[in-house]
Each structure stands twice: as structure tokens, then as C-alpha cells.
Design a protein around this ligand. Sequence first.
Ligand code: CP
Ligand code: NVA
Length: 322
Amino acid sequence: MIGIESGLETPNAAKTDLVDFIDWPRADLDELMVLAERLKARRRAGELFQPLRGKTLGMIFEKSSTRTRVSFEVGMFQLGGHAIMLSSRDTQLGRGEPMQDTARVLSRYVDAVMVRTFSQVRLEELARFSTIPVINGLTDLTHPCQVLADIFTMRERFGRISGLEVAWIGDGNNMCNSWINAAGIWGFRLRIACPPSHQPLARYMETARSRSPGCIEITSDPAAAARGAHVINTDVWASMGQEEEEAVRARDFAGFQVNRELVELADPAAMVMHCLPAHRGQEITEEVLEGPRSAVWDEAENRLHIQKAILVRLIEGIRAIA
Ligand code: CP
Ligand code: NVA
């Protein structure tokens, strides 16, 4: 429903966004996991499930992407809908059209919008001025769709989420912040090993600890984080937007590589995760990325299944399927 107030369309309070999954009740996230599991099973069985016929997703990209773009676009197609790629290079956003104007215009055309951008503020502005659901496809602070796919992968591999021990090795970046949010929600133990100069934001750790006391440990010793862990997780040392810091960061993160020696300290059934793209020989060795403990290709595939669950939930309100 759209209202006109002083020439501005009032936000639709009834819509649900996925700005950050920390805003969602745990029960809704667990429900989403089951829905993604069902969607994956149906896809594997070759069954068509197309509740989004006639629906369109707008996808704003202000940073590069392979997985996020392709999995959302393919997901919409499989669900019977359509997706439009809106690169900031080719739209008026790149020429300075305000996000609030873009939000209101897109709300007149499409049924949901996914955005990959730099600041969380820009994402929140899009959510505030849109009357349609908004999905965070990565910001400098968080990457909720990726970490939901990662939690789904962990649940698929171990049959549970609670009680697991997860090591995060490397940068306290957007991925690490979303893993901290996940630890707060599901209460698994997250041991973060990062250089003191690259720790995650304190407020994410405080929120997680207040929800699940004892869920976050922080160290500068990768071996201490990896010992006995069920999951070893890493990400690039220089994220998108930090290209000029690459050389300095390579020095800062020396000793924070996920390699065979580190993986051997983990639980014998441990899996190694990386959201990709990976830099072989930097944050992870080729041997580990391509080795028997690596779950990275399943993890990448699961972006598709969890995002299909997010799309049907946000666009059509579907919470469960047979
Ligand atoms: N992991 C991930 O988000 O990949 P892309 O940057 O390719 O979308
Ligand atoms: N931390 C990385 C994740 C890429 C999917 C980045 O922001 O570039």
C-alpha cells in the first residue's frame, strides 16, 4: 500500500526486508533453513516450483559479483520470475541519482530489490524508501545471504548448528561480522583469529555475547582458533574497496593462512569454508581449497537454495512447502 505524504511515499511498514538476519527471530531463520532444504530437494528431483510467475527482482550492483548475481538471477528464473541487473555503471545511480529516488521508482516496477553496495547507510536508505522488500547482497559491514548459505551448509553437513565450534581465520570483515551475528543467534562457538589491527567491530561482538554468552572468543593465534574446530572459515585479506591496501594487508595477515598444518589441528571431520572468490597461496592454499575437507563448492551452490527461500518468503509470504 502506498500513501502520499508531503509529496513523499510513506514506507510500507508491513513489508519484510533482509537488511540483516540479526533482525529476524531465530524461529523464522530456522524455518528458512527448512524451506531452503525443501527447495533444494525439489530442484534435485527436477520438479518445477514457480510461485513467482509474473514477479520481478531488481538487482543493484555497486560492486562486482559472480555468485550473488548469478544465484539470484537463476533463482528468480527457476521460481518462474525474472531478474533485472542494475549496475551502477549503467544506471543513473552511477551519475548521482539519490538512492531514495531510485527506491521509490523501483518500487513502482519490481516486486523486490537486492542491493550490493558499500555503506550500510545506503542499504538502509534503500530499505526505508522502498515499498517492496529489500535484500542485502553485501555491504562493507555484512554479507547476510552468504552466511545464511554457510549456516545451511553447516547444518546439511553436520545435521545441526548448535554445539559446533567454528574458527574464523583472517580479516574481521563483513563476512566475519555476519558470522558473529549467526553465533549470537544460534549459540555455536565462534573463535576468531585475526591480527589486533583487523578485529571485527566491537558492537557486533557485544550483541552476539548478550544473546548467547560465551559464543565469541577472539585471539591473534590461528592455531588456538583452529584446534578442535568443526568448521574452518576464511575470506580474502583485502575486500572489495580495499584494493589499495592489498600490499599492506598481505604483510598484516602473514601467518593467518588456512593451510594443511592449520587444518590438521581441527576436528578430523572438519570442513573448510570460503565464500569465494579465493586467492590461492594467500588466505588459503590450493591444497586445502581443492582438498577433501573443502566445502566451498557446496557452499557456493547453497547460495541458490537459501536465496530462493528468501525470495519466496519475502515476495509471496511462503514459509513452508511440502
Ligand atoms: N561470495 C560472493 O558473494 O561472491 P560474489 O562476490 O561473486 O557474489
Ligand atoms: N569480504 C569480501 C567478500 C566477497 C564476497 C568482500 O567484501 O570483498
